[in-house]
Design a protein around this ligand. Structure first.
Ligand SMILES: Nc1ncnc2c1ncn2[C@@H]1O[C@H](COP(=O)(O)OP(=O)(O)OP(=O)(O)O)[C@@H](O)[C@H]1O
Length: 532
């Protein structure tokens, strides 16, 4: 069994201490290698983070974006930019300063991309985007006078977008620095009308807007143009992290949405693990998605970043919060950590309610929650649920993770989505698993498959209705190659890379900085029901 002795020793020390806050400081000092002489404010902020009670009084109904994307920002960039004396003039000077400070290793592949991003930023300085109308002017039901006017208006937008600069589609290997480079670009952009968002969160926002508009308007109402206008009004430069298309609903929405966004002069910068030609590969009705690929290739410069280096795997020190294999000792270790983190405070069962959905949290205390893999990855949950979860919980304990394979691809896909949500929010993951991180995903079938029961997502059924996708046809196509797991195998690599980084000592320093900057406190909390 691989049980990190440093962690267990720290837990023992924690238990033998009477003073919880100072002991907690020691706990983090030891596990995450934070120097004891390190800024005491940081340690105080960790303590207050763990003492903080969750705010449960704010109930929200959907009026706009589902996710506050400021919480999805890369903390590395915050960490790096706020703590290094650097010139604020552009991505190249930022990159130079990071290399000079030793925080980033000089990388010739990254260097060529940062030069491209610098040119792009220079071009954007002179960009005068077209005027975008108000959402309410875009009721495009052609049976109404507004609809007819809207059609005329769309034609005029089309002409005005001709001079918009090309964006960038940056694709390549896992962990090669795509997000870091995009963040350097984004953070140095002087424009205010910009938005940086994880692609999952962006699509959830779009789904929610579609549903909201469809419910409030006519049957024949086309929600895409007004949504595009609203998005363009708020951000003329849109930066997406991890562009990926794995489902038909997203494919059909994107085809139209991108067309409308580009017509409104929006410039898209995105990272992805896939070349545009490989997006939604083997997907149902893929032919209908090809125009979207062509549009991306037309409106974005396509660049690869294939340095062959996964920087996440270069880190040497780990925090030891990943326990394997599954046995009584590992299970006891997880329970001990949970008790330690929640000591003297009430552990409750909770029900999170949002957008007409609910998510059960079996054991929780402040911003710490504990689940089994079965509870979190074998239920019909989606990115929306996991992003909601990380609004509340900054530390997740996840037990009994099985080795995953293509038979368990629904569970694997959910687990990967969960890891993405935790990673993007700089959350802490403490877990117990059947195998080491490197062996967590396999293409072999597993004996566990019979134990787990995949179900379909009700969220997607609603969405298919909203975008008028024929579900019967989807069912007929369930043997389509997209269900062979090719996408999952690809995503496994990214998840492994991220899990490794999340087990590293450097990860905790990011968590500390997040706590220091107030964590998720800016996010409106949805309804929570205490179950006792
Ligand atoms: N040149 C570098 N020197 C040191 N660390 C780096 C360098 N480039 C990237 N990193 C670090 O490696 C990690 C992975 O980088 P990043 O998230 O940007 O990769 P990515 O290509 O976007 O990965 P993915 O495809 O999985 O999303 C981050 O913690 C980042 O700060």
């Amino acid at each position: 069994m691989k049980l990190t002795s440093g962690l267990s020793r720290t837990i023992m020390r924690y238990h033998s201490s009477r003073s919880r806050p100072s002991c907690l400081s020691n706990f983090f000092c030891r596990i995450y290698g934070v120097s004891k002489t390190h800024d005491t404010l940081i340690l105080r902020s960790i303590e207050s983070k763990f003492k903080r009670r969750s705010n449960t009084s704010l109930a929200t109904s959907f009026e706009g974006p589902v996710v506050d994307e400021t919480n999805l920002r890369s903390l590395r960039s915050k960490h790096v930019f706020e703590n290094t004396l650097v010139s604020k003039s552009g991505p190249v000077s930022r990159y130079n300063a990071l290399v000079a400070s030793g925080m980033v290793r000089e990388d010739s592949f990254q260097r060529s991309i940062i030069n491209i991003l610098q040119d792009m930023q220079d071009r954007l300085l002179n960009y005068d985007p077209p005027f975008v109308s108000d959402v309410r002017d875009e009721v495009n039901d052609e049976s109404t006078i507004f609809g007819k006017l809207s059609k005329l208006f769309s034609a005029s937008i089309k002409n005005s977008s001709i001079n918009s600069p090309k964006g960038l589609y940056l694709y390549g290997d896992v962990g090669s620095g795509k997000t870091m480079l995009m963040d350097l670009f984004y953070d140095t952009l002087p424009q205010k009308r910009k938005r940086r968002v994880h692609f999952h969160a962006f699509m959830l926002d779009v789904h929610a807007r579609i549903h909201h508009l469809k419910r409030a308007n006519y049957e024949t109402y086309d929600p895409i143009p007004p949504i595009a206008s609203d998005l363009a009004k708020n951000a003329i430069i849109l930066c997406f992290d991890e562009f990926q298309v794995t489902d038909i609903a997203d494919a059909m929405i994107l085809r139209r949405l991108f067309d409308e966004l580009f017509k409104r002069g929006v410039v898209v910068i995105t990272t992805s693990n896939r070349h545009p030609d490989d997006l939604y590969k083997n997907g149902i009705q893929r032919k209908s998605f090809i125009p979207c690929i062509e549009l991306i290739k037309q409106r974005c410069q396509i660049q690869s970043l294939d340095s062959g280096t996964d920087y996440r795997k270069l880190q040497k020190e780990t925090s030891g919060a990943y326990f394997y294999p599954l046995n009584s000792q590992t299970s006891q270790s997880i329970n001990t950590i949970f008790k330690m983190l929640t000591k003297n405070r009430q552990v409750t069962k909770r029900k999170l309610e949002f957008l007409g959905r609910h998510l059960m949290v079996p054991e929780s205390c402040d911003d710490i929650a504990k689940f089994t893999f079965q509870e979190l990855c074998c239920q019909p949950l989606s990115a929306a649920d996991y992003l909601e979860l990380v609004k509340y919980y900054n530390t997740i304990l996840l037990t009994d993770i099985p080795q995953m394979n293509l038979v368990l691809k629904n569970e694997a896909r959910r687990f990967i989505t969960l890891i993405d949500a935790l990673y993007d929010n700089k959350a802490t993951l403490i877990c117990s698993a059947e195998t080491s991180i490197h062996q967590l995903f396999t293409v072999e079938s597993s004996t566990h498959s019979a134990l787990l029961n995949p179900q379909s997502s009700t969220h997607h059924h609603t969405l298919f209705d909203d975008v008028e996708i024929d579900l019967e046809r989807k069912e007929q196509n369930k043997n389509s190659p997209i269900f062979t797991g090719e996408e999952e195998v690809f995503a496994f690599e990214r998840a492994i890379s991220r899990l490794i980084e999340m087990q590293g000592k450097e990860w905790m320093s990011k968590v500390i900085l997040k706590a220091r900057s107030g964590g998720n406190s800016s996010v409106a909390r949805p309804t929570v029901e205490y179950m006792g």
